[in-house]
Write a protein that binds this ligand. Structure first.
Ligand code: DI6
Ligand code: FE
Length: 391
């Protein structure tokens, strides 16, 4: 055990982790192991002095989609703004066109290769949103593709994001589209395909009133709430998420202090998505100091998506959270482990202690700060999910 009570990582040196039936059975310094613990192991994995962390939990991704948006990105590099492109029918809607025309197999195949990279880099739990179908069949197909990815060995948590953008066939009938989300998509998705519901509260997305309807309908069907809030402007989405009892508000660049205070009071976590901030070359940063002051849990995720955060690298998100938002490397690691599970309602993982799920990643680094220090780093030496070795 580390001597220092200051150690934010809870370091245990020369450690042994005993895994049984998918759970951590015992963890501690090898010299403290009760008699028989080490001898009782049927299989022995020598991690050669590497650092072991909980398997990473990526609590916000849009991993399932058709096509890419490299062309749009080139236009943005030439000066066009993300919002201008969206208002001209590009952006999210261009991914919607590609996703609607993709089969279930196409969606699984594309997402699987991205997920395999995430697993290489230690991810053992991933949240995946719909939101590029914007019609019932296509939204449900996305969720089915996400569920199918559970066969990689990682845990997949799914979120219905029907209220991501207004589809072209509903231009001029916003209320009609929200009706479709609430009256058809949510009830059907809640029947085993989705664990949560989310909405994009933004000028180019949906109004606070529209998002309220979506979160209320989700709650009525037993779905936990999430909210894309205050990413590009301050619509007081953070306070809305708190008021609705959402598990998290996500992005939060424009969140004001009252929003941070409301989140803390409601136990609503802040999911920071520095990849989108970086890729959209935003300048306004989330109010990290206010979140710390009020005690809002700081979660870090990739936001992996084709438009604003085309990445499959959890360690890059951790690096960006430190460099761009000022998190400490220990906060970034906690944001992708211990604090991320509860956002998905998964309290059984994210910490290496007896009784938790045996989701582990082993790294060839000299200190845990190196996980955030390298801009991407190298793949994990070993990745274990539910007690099973994936890498
Ligand atoms: N905000 C985001 O950053 C993603 N969705 C959202 O509401 C990006 C979606 C995209 O551009 O495809
Ligand atoms: Fe997102």
């Amino acid at each position: 055990m580390s001597d220092s009570t200051e150690d934010p990582y809870g370091t245990v040196r020369n450690a042994v982790v005993l895994v049984r039936d998918g759970l951590i059975d015992w963890v501690g310094a090898a010299s403290d192991a009760p008699e028989g613990v080490i001898a009782s192991a049927r299989e022995d994995i020598d991690l050669g002095g590497g650092w072991v962390t909980p398997g990473l939990i990526d609590a916000h991704t849009h991993l399932v989609f058709g096509g890419t948006r490299a062309g749009e990105w080139e236009r943005r590099l030439g000066g066009a703004s993300y919002e201008d492109i969206a208002r001209a029918g590009g952006g999210i809607l261009s991914t919607v066109r590609a996703t609607r025309s993709a089969s279930l197999d196409d969606l699984v195949l594309g997402a699987r290769s991205r997920l395999e990279t995430m697993i290489d880099f230690g991810t053992t739990t991933v949240e995946i949103k719909s939101g590029y179908g914007l019609e019932p069949e296509a939204e449900l197909r996305m969720l089915e593709a996400a569920r199918t990815l559970g066969n990689t060995g990682v845990s997949v948590s799914t979120t219905l994001l029907g209220a991501h953008a207004l589809p072209p066939e509903f231009q001029g009938d916003r209320a009609g589209y929200i009706d479709l989300v609430c009256d058809e998509m949510i009830p059907r998705a809640a029947d085993g395909l989705a664990d949560a519901v989310d909405a994009f509260c933004e000028g180019i997305g949906f109004t606070p009133e529209e998002c309220t309807r979506v979160l209320e309908a989700g709650a009525a069907h037993g779905l936990a709430g999430r909210l894309h809030a205050d990413q590009l402007s301050d619509l007081e989405g953070a306070a809305l998420a708190a008021r609705m009892g959402a598990r998290s508000a996500d992005h939060l660049e424009y969140t004001n202090e009252a929003g941070a205070e409301a989140m803390a009071a409601a136990g609503c976590a802040a999911v920071l998505l520095p990849g989108a901030f970086y890729f959209l070359q935003e300048t306004r940063k989330p109010p990290i100091e206010a979140f710390r002051e009020y005690g809002v849990p700081l979660v870090v995720a990739t936001d992996s998506n084709p438009g604003s955060s085309p990445t499959t690298h959890p360690l890059v998100a951790m690096n960006q959270a430190c460099v761009l938002f000022g998190l400490t490397p220990a906060e970034a690691l906690a944001g992708m482990t211990r604090l991320a599970g509860p956002v998905l309602g998964l309290d059984d993982r994210g910490v290496i202690e007896a009784g938790r799920r045996a989701d582990l990643a082993c790294w060839a680094v000299g200190s845990p700060a190196e996980l955030s220090y390298w801009m991407g780093g190298t793949p994990a030496m070993a990745v274990i999910a539910d007690g099973r070795r994936l890498r």
